[in-house]
Write a protein of this length. Structure first.
Length: 777
DNA sequence: CCAATACAGGGGGCT
DNA sequence: CCTGTATTGG
């Protein structure tokens, strides 16, 4: 333990050593906050705190998983096992499931994603016969979401004349009714949306003091990462839970608050000192990630914001190359610049694709980048956008599965009841919905009793409805006897989904079938992992919950070497040696929608700060003079953010448009001052010793590991002990299965599996990610 | 009453 | 460009 702590600098060490009481860590970009959080938890456990009593809330599940792995390395896997770590949403979804009956929900409640919510709202607006141009579903949903995040229930809404007045002014006097109808509809469907997971947790903790007391006593030590991006609802949960013991440690950086648009309240971090008695404040200001050029340039950007905490980020790193600014004529050309620069840099400096990231403001910008990268044969991976699970064909399968778990789930039902087409059209669904509302039952229940209700349906339609019910019920039987993989395979065939897709012989159609196969693989992995964790069969409902709350980042597809493409929002917390921030244009970044108020513009600026500080060595800012937006070519001006950077940190490439493509983008010796060891070249081309890497520096591998956490090339101190050390022939000891011998290894990274022959129980395939193995020979 | 095709309108970041 | 709605044909 001591050896880990001694590797910290003083500012990092203090918060690790403070065991009790409220504390806030203001952590600048790249200052090693994850390290501090990790060690703080490990040290708590080292001092005898039971893992059971620690709650750690992170921003992504991936971050939680990585931290847990690191902690396991320090204190041991069996100790770390009981830690509660995860996002607000996933942790409280778990708690809500076990307490659901108190709130009148079934414990198998569905979690609606924003697509489901939007469809529900659209349906309500249609049923109420309102004009969807005035009652725009997206805006309505956004408003309901902000109500929920501020704990304004329907009742509270109708008790607040100001709110109603505001909606009346916006020509939406029936807002409250829609809110009511939406809440009713979700409740009737046994469903919670994302905001409900927090809202209902608050309801649980306020309405049931004994429940609150139970969780207060359980979570004696609470840690919250990315505190600047918590909303009011999350804030109240944290306050309530930490109220008894006051052992609350929050970490954040006001300069990186980028989620105000979805209700994050920057005041939560700005006012923390007022909220608790005797708050200790710590500041991590030394940046270990980026060159001095980048750190100082980013600081000059933030100087333009008025609202901020007093903090100076500095670094002892080398100056490094200047930030390169590039202009092109069109977005396509911008893409070509990026692709050819990556190509040349890879050649000249023997870099991997994984050293590069392309960050943009909006997902739509990825297309031009993709085209260019494809032409250069540069492998890439897009993060975010339409996530895998949101794709139509996948969501269709998932909705059938959701119905199996919770037949009341109305959004799932209306989505798949007539897909593939089985002759149940809008009119029939309309009749069913009316009946469901009348009898205050779910549509599925109406369908089950279709013979007892006169809905003026003709007998053919009735039969079709009954067939559908019978089909779902047969799936439910299978679900009781088989694992999720078998069921999903069965469902995709029996419903005719796969058949329907096979009709489409286009490449897109083929891709859809492949996607379903990928889903099946994912479920297979999951069920095996679950078997490993619980000793139970892989439960479908847990899989669905994982899926509903998964981020695209959470999915470790492979450890292939690829350029990363993602929005800046998604890049928060990540780092890359080379970063391209593309589309640096007015109206795009800053976004046209956020230039009306100062605070919105400041948020955009913080977003730019986040983008810049992702870069370890080289940042590029690129913009196009015109680009295709909404199918039309539109002119644009360079972003004001470029000008806001002090000129001394910039190098304008401004090449002659005609031939820039054929020239090297950058001078050969531009990287002369770069410490090659920090780039983690696979084959070092330079023998320059690492000048500025000292003992308390985070290891440079961290950068790569963040992208590919279980990279097979991880060096000493690898996060996953077994990933690298296990070979065929090893004798291993397993917690439950006992002694066994490794027969074979397959897969890589997160999917790496070992085939092990156990003395008792025979041959099993275990995902190394989950398996608790000890190598004994 | 449902399915297939033509056409118009709208498009931000995410759990 | 993609989705949601109007139209027309079965």
């Amino acid at each position: 333990m001591q050896q880990y702590i001694s590797q910290l600098n003083e500012a990092q060490r203090e918060p690790v050593l403070q065991k009790e009481g409220p504390m806030i860590i203001i952590a600048g970009a790249g200052s090693g906050k994850t390290r501090v959080l990790t060690l703080r938890i490990a040290y708590l456990m080292h001092q005898g705190v039971d893992a059971f009593n620690i709650l750690s809330l992170t921003f992504t599940n991936k971050a939680a998983r990585e931290m847990k792995n690191r902690i396991a390395d320090i204190v041991g896997a069996s100790e770390a096992k009981n830690l509660w770590m995860g996002t607000f949403h996933s942790i409280f979804a778990k708690i809500l499931r076990s307490e659901a009956d108190k709130l009148g929900y079934p414990s198998n409640f569905t979690i609606y994603d924003s697509q489901d919510s939007l469809r529900a709202i659209s349906g309500i607006i249609k049923e109420m016969q309102l004009d969807k141009d005035i009652y725009k579903p997206k805006q309505i949903l956004g408003r309901i979401s902000s109500f929920k995040n501020s704990l304004i229930t329907v009742k509270a809404y109708f008790n607040d004349p100001d709110l109603q007045e505001a909606d009346a002014m916006a020509k939406r006097p029936r807002m409250g009714e829609i809110y009511q109808a939406y809440v009713d509809r979700c409740f009737k469907s046994g469903a919670m949306d994302f905001d409900d997971l927090l809202l209902k947790t608050n309801e649980l903790l306020t309405r049931f003091p004994e429940v609150l007391a139970r969780y207060q006593n359980r979570f004696r030590y609470i840690l919250v990462d990315e505190y600047q991006d918590t909303n009011h609802s999350q804030y109240l949960i944290v306050r309530a839970l930490s109220d008894k013991f006051q052992n609350i440690c929050v970490v954040g950086d006001d300069a990186q608050s980028i989620y105000a648009f979805r209700g994050a309240n920057i005041n939560n971090i700005l006012n923390f000192q007022k909220d608790y008695q005797g708050v200790q404040t710590y500041r991590l200001e030394q940046n270990y990630r980026s060159t001095r050029n980048i750190v100082e340039a980013a600081n000059t950007v933030m100087d333009h914001n008025k609202t901020k905490l007093d903090k100076v980020v500095w670094t002892a790193n080398d100056f490094g190359p200047k930030i390169k600014v590039h202009r092109s004529l069109t977005d396509a050309e911008e893409g070509r610049f990026v692709a050819s620069t990556i190509f040349e840099q890879k050649m000249q400096h023997q870099l991997n694709n994984g050293h590069f990231a392309i960050l943009y403001r909006t997902n739509a910008q990825s297309r031009a980048m993709e085209d260019a990268l494809r032409k250069r044969d540069i492998p890439y991976r897009i993060y975010g956008g339409l996530s895998f699970y949101q794709r139509k064909e996948i969501k269709d399968v998932l909705c059938y599965l959701r119905l199996v778990i919770n037949p009341k789930d109305e959004e799932a039902l209306v989505r798949v009841i007539n897909y593939p087409a089985r002759g149940i059209g809008d009119t029939t669904i309309e009749k069913l919905t009316v009946a469901a509302n009348h009898y205050k039952r779910s549509i599925f229940e109406i369908m089950q009793n279709i013979d007892r209700i006169d809905l003026k349906l003709n007998s053919g339609t009735k039969q079709k409805l009954q067939d559908f019910v019978t089909m779902i019920q047969s799936f439910q039987v299978i679900n009781e006897n088989q694992d999720a993989f078998y069921l999903t395979d069965h469902v995709s065939k029996k419903t005719g989904l796969v058949q329907e897709l096979k009709k489409d012989a286009t490449p897109e159609g083929m891709a859809k079938i492949q996607n379903i196969e990928e889903l099946l693989n994912g479920i297979k992995d999951f069920t095996e992992g679950q078997k490993e964790v619980d000793g139970a069969r892989g439960s479908l409902s847990e899989f669905l919950e994982d899926v509903a709350l998964a981020t695209d980042l959470d999915k470790d597809t492979s450890d292939e070497d690829r350029v990363a493409l993602m929005t800046i929002h998604l890049a928060k917390g990540l780092e890359f040696p080379h970063v391209f921030v593309v589309g640096m244009e007015e109206d795009l970044f800053p976004s046209a929608m956020s230039m009306s108020t100062r605070s919105e513009l400041e948020e955009e600026r913080r977003l730019f700060y986040v983008a810049l500080t992702r870069a370890e060595h080289q940042a590029y800012l690129t913009y196009a003079q015109s680009r295709y937006r909404w199918g039309k070519l539109t002119d644009s001006e360079p972003s004001r953010f470029i000008e806001e950077i002090d000129g001394q940190y910039l190098e304008y490439l401004t090449p002659a448009e005609t031939n820039y493509r054929f020239k090297p983008m950058v001078d050969k010796d531009i990287f002369g001052d770069v410490d090659k060891s920090k780039l983690r070249l696979s084959k070092p081309v330079s023998s320059t010793p690492p000048k500025y890497i000292t003992d308390n520096q985070p290891k440079p591998e961290a950068a790569i590991r963040k992208l590919k956490p279980v990279s097979s090339q991880a060096s000493s101190g690898a996060t996953n002990l077994f990933d690298n050390q296990l070979t065929a022939g090893n004798i291993v000891m397993h917690e439950r299965f006992g002694r066994g011998q490794v027969i074979n290894l397959e897969g890589a990274g997160a999917d790496k599996k070992a085939e092990i022959k156990f003395e008792v129980g025979g041959i099993k395939k275990l995902l190394l990610r989950f398996a608790k193995l000890e190598v004994i020979g």
